[in-house]
Write a protein that binds this ligand. Structure first.
Ligand SMILES: NC(=O)c1ccc[n+]([C@@H]2O[C@H](COP(=O)([O-])OP(=O)(O)OC[C@H]3O[C@@H](n4cnc5c(N)ncnc54)[C@H](OP(=O)(O)O)[C@@H]3O)[C@@H](O)[C@H]2O)c1
Length: 203
């Protein structure tokens, strides 16, 4: 698939490297494509990965992944506007400390007919880089519009090395926010560290 990742920081670079290794075409949409750190990332990734300006990034994508600060989501979605139509949109962003951490409403408003998902928001990026802990595959709980696109998102999560666990439609996003809060508490307040995930088990 052609995946546009907006943001090339911890989340963007980690997901992008994995997807490129799985044969996806990855393009980073960033504020400054010539920035030293962006160029260093591209050089490290090789495989034809490119970076373009955010304003035109989403034009020819199958999937647009938002990996920028939550506070930048409204302006970025407005900037991209109709480019988002018909694309699978994945929101990884967290407005930490806010009652609603994600930006699904912003995306729905910007692209009412596009399938939207909230994923890769509940765990630190280290768990995407190394998705196995103590011999167990890390689970990734996610939500969003069902239908055929859910299979595509499942596959993208699997390509990272994670086990996808679909929680439900966008109305279940508050459960992911709760899980994110739990992760922050266990990782930092309780001192378990960032390579930490929650496992669903059952028959
Ligand atoms: N870090 C984690 O473990 C983690 C886990 C789950 C979810 N998240 C969420 O994922 C998102 C990205 O986190 P991250 O750790 O990857 O952040 P990061 O390393 O700081 O990278 C942020 C990226 O967003 C870009 N950016 C910053 N301000 C922007 C703006 N106003 N408009 C457009 N782009 C902007 C940055 O580009 P410049 O170089 O131009 O500043 C950079 O490429 C955040 O919403 C975060 O809450 C993070």
């Amino acid at each position: 698939m052609k995946i546009i990742i907006l943001g090339a920081g911890n989340i963007g670079s980690t997901l992008g490297s994995k997807w490129a290794n799985k044969g996806h075409e990855v393009v980073f949409g960033v504020r400054d494509p010539q920035a030293e750190k962006v160029q260093a990332l591209l050089a490290k990734m090789g495989q034809g990965t490119t970076a373009v300006s955010i304003s035109t990034a989403a034009a020819n994508a199958d999937v647009v992944v938002f990996a920028i600060p939550g506070s930048a989501m409204a302006a970025t979605a407005a900037q991209l506007g109709s480019q988002l139509n018909g694309k699978i949109l994945i929101d990884t962003t967290n407005n930490v400390g806010q009652p609603v951490m994600g930006s699904l409403d912003v995306l729905r408003q910007a692209a009412p007919d596009s399938p939207i998902f909230r994923a890769f928001c509940t765990l630190g990026w280290e768990n995407f880089a190394v998705p196995v802990i103590d011999g167990m595959q890390v689970d990734l709980f996610y939500c969003g519009d069902g239908g055929g696109e859910q299979t595509a998102v499942d596959n993208l999560i699997t390509d990272i090395g994670l086990r996808p666990v679909y929680v439900g439609g966008v109305e279940t996003a508050d459960l992911l926010d709760a899980l994110t809060r739990l992760w922050f508490i266990m990782a930092f307040q309780k001192g378990y560290g960032r390579h930490l995930a929650f496992k669903m088990i059952g028959d």
